[in-house]
Design a binder for this molecule. Structure first.
Ligand code: IVH
Length: 673
């Protein structure tokens, strides 16, 4: 350690820059956060004692500028163009043919394939290694000077990293995309909601909005990051003569380039890499709306040139967008199998990610009104994977004559007065005999619990309306002849349905326990009960205390389970299903497997967007982990989705249990190294 104050300050700065680089660019921190914080604190204290030693590029000076009145326009050193897009492999091949024709058919062409980041485009200018100006894209010729805000983004180096004795170039402009990591975006919106502020409809808007804050201190609070995807204007002779090598060169000098970028030597390989990106896009911690394919050689790029500021040497391969804007025609309410009132949106049909969407889930009254969505409004709809589409927010002002949504005061099915238990977000129909419960239990039974092929909600509703189906045993007594008489079914399809229903009798005990609609027994508790008791007879005979001994079952839940099994009607339902040949005994499927996550135990709370509870549980258990319903000392981490349960969160926070977001879960489940 140096005793000369100026030297020590310089040393601390160099260390801090190096560790920021390890953390943000290499994604491979060398020291724990606490050690980094200690270095930072030391520099800050040091600069406080020796103010003359503060330099503008000191890491402590990221948030320094006072709020501005507006942004100054700046002319870009070179125009910031845009990309021509293709949407099919065919379009890709046509482009490659054009490239080859222009360059000469014998000349080999290598391509670079990189993610098309769905954020906000930026230009960063470095003079003699120091960051001097950052700007938005604007109209491509002139953008807005957002230097003060970009300085607050830790992944933007304030100084280029020194490589050996190399002198930094007099001028280097790099270009990239500022974005909001998915995990941070989720947290940001939660905080907005908690503060009663408007949530951002998507991560791109949130990134663009954060970049254009007049007060840099606000930008500094947002967990923005940046991917650098290329060099712009630069002093002659700076860096290598091809794009892929340039990205490596930039990375070595402190810029956060994407490590998954690939260089390939044929257009066929390009197509394969593109397909891989599309497959894996949900697993990334940033949103991409496609990939960008660039001709690697700068010489070839120059010879190809551009047309209307769109380079002939690059294409954006864009996928169908996963969000769309449409009109919310009506907010309808459905009573679930537990009596909970679930609002859903009837939408003007719209295409989202290649699928026509006309319904979407809404969570509850509070959530609908916080998002500010009303019947008649234009709204933004989002789809992720195979999960039911969601309305994420309003797309503009309210339509005239609209009013805030209110839950019905009486059950739309049985007319009983609706209640909203203290501390809960959902309204409930308290009537245990409400027809909705029977119907929804059956729907849940055929789809989620028993997963009967060809038998879904529509089939159940139809037979329910005809009075042919009132309970689970009815299902197993359906005759093919009767189904065949229904319009739209023939002898063959009817026989198939009966076969599928018959086949479902061999589904594991845990699924049956879940499907019975015992209050508070979801997928996970069903599995735990099956494992613990092994046979229905033991469960039927169990005392309250014995039920409580089962993993993840507290006194309240034990009581509702015991009560359910005491009810003669429920006992006869169980008996009937046993007589019909369903499995009431634990088999191989219910036993734990060994895997990468063996020994770890997770709890999931709230709604996940890309997984259902079941798929997340199955994925974790398939890797050896245990999934339980309540937080305890044994819990490895709590996985938090939308609308998490307050008690689970509180318990986890109190116990210091790590909290994982859905993005963390995705990363945890990703089997890639
Ligand atoms: S190269 C001449 N590479 O997409 C333009 N752009 O239409 C060359 N973008 O707003 C741009 N990821 O900010 C390039 N890997 C990537 C990109 C990328 C996202 C954005 C870019 C611009 C738009 C181009």
């Amino acid at each position: 350690m140096s005793s000369d104050p100026a030297a020590r300050a310089a040393e601390l700065r160099r260390l801090i820059e190096f560790h920021l680089y390890r953390y943000h660019v290499l994604d491979d921190p060398e020291i724990p956060d606490s050690a980094y914080d200690a270095l930072y604190d030391e520099l800050q204290a040091f600069e406080h004692a020796h103010p003359q030693l503060v330099t503008p590029d000191s890491p402590t000076q990221r948030v320094g500028a006072p709020p501005a009145a507006g942004f100054t326009k700046v002319a870009h050193l070179l125009p910031m163009g845009s990309l021509e897009k293709v949407t099919t492999d065919d379009g890709l091949t046509k482009w490659a043919d054009d490239v080859r024709k222009r360059l000469g058919t014998d000349e080999p062409v290598a391509y670079v394939v990189e993610p098309k980041i769905d954020g906000s485009a930026i230009s960063l200018v470095y003079e003699n290694g120091a960051f001097v100006r950052g700007a938005t894209r604007g109209d491509g010729m002139r953008g807005e000077d957002v230097t003060a805000n970009l300085r607050t983004v830790e992944a933007v180096p304030l100084r280029m990293l020194a490589v050996g004795n190399e002198r930094p170039p007099a001028l280097l402009e790099v270009r990239g995309e500022v974005y909001f990591p998915r995990s941070g975006f989720r947290r940001f919106n939660e905080a907005q909601a908690a503060a009663g502020k408007k949530e951002a409809p998507n991560a791109r808007n949130a990134a663009a909005g954060s970049l254009r804050q007049l007060n840099p201190a606000i930008t500094a609070e947002r967990p923005l990051s940046v991917w650098i995807y290329g060099a712009g204007a630069r002093t002659d002779g700076t860096g290598p003569d091809a794009h892929y090598a340039m990205l490596q060169w930039l990375r070595e000098r402190g810029f956060r380039t994407n490590p998954r970028v690939e260089r390939v030597e044929s257009i066929e390989e390009v197509a394969a890499v593109v397909a891989g990106w599309e497959q894996g896009r949900d697993e990334l911690d940033y949103e991409i709306d496609g990939v960008v394919i660039k001709v690697d050689s700068f010489d070839q790029q120059r010879r190809l040139g551009a047309l209307h500021e769109r380079p002939r040497w690059a294409r954006a391969y864009k996928w169908a967008p996963m969000t769309a804007t449409t009109t919310l025609l009506k907010i309808a309410v459905r009573v679930g199998r537990t009596g909970a009132l679930n609002p859903w949106a009837l939408l003007e049909p719209v295409e989202v990610g290649g699928v026509t969407v006309s319904r979407a889930t809404l969570h509850n009254e509070e959530d609908i009104n916080r998002k500010g969505i009303r019947e008649g409004d234009r709204v933004i709809v989002q789809r992720a994977g195979d999960v039911i589409p969601q309305v994420v927010g309003a797309a503009g002002e309210h339509a005239p004559g609209t009013h805030e949504f209110r839950m019905p005061s009486h059950c739309p099915l049985c007319g009983v007065e609706i209640v909203k238990p203290e501390g809960e977000v959902k309204h409930h129909c308290p009537n245990r005999a409400c027809p909705s419960r029977g119907l929804e239990t059956l729907i849940n039974w055929v789809s989620a619990a028993m997963d009967i092929e060809g038998v879904g909600e529509q089939f159940v509703r139809r037979l329910w309306d005809l009075g042919l189906l009132r309970s689970m045993p009815d299902l197993y007594r359906l005759r093919a002849e009767r189904i065949g008489e229904l319009e739209g079914y023939g002898e063959i399809s009817a026989a198939k349905i009966v076969d599928a229903i018959e086949l479902s009798k061999s589904q594991p005990f845990s699924r049956i326990l879940f499907g019975l609609n015992i209050p508070d027994v979801g997928w996970i508790t069903g599995r735990n009960l099956a494992r613990h008791f092994g046979h229905i007879d033991r469960l039927l005979a169990a005392s309250l205390d014995e039920i409580e001994e089962c993993e993840g079952i507290g006194p309240d839940r034990a009581e509702s389970i015991a009560e359910w099994f005491k009810d003669p009607e429920n006992r006869s339902l169980v008996q009937e299903l046993r007589d019909l040949g369903l499995r009431f005994e634990t088999g191989e499927e219910d036993r734990p497997v060994e895997g990468r996550l063996t020994g770890q135990q997770f709890v999931i709370t709230g709604t996940l967007t890309e997984y259902t509870r079941e798929t997340a549980t199955a994925a974790l258990e398939g890797r050896g982990a245990k999934v339980s319903d309540s937080v305890s000392a044994k819990t490895t981490a709590l996985i938090v989705g939308e609308e998490p349960g307050a008690s689970k969160l509180k318990k986890a926070e109190k116990a210091g249990t790590p909290i994982l977001t859905e993005a963390d879960l995705r990363a945890l489940l990703s089997d890639r190294p």
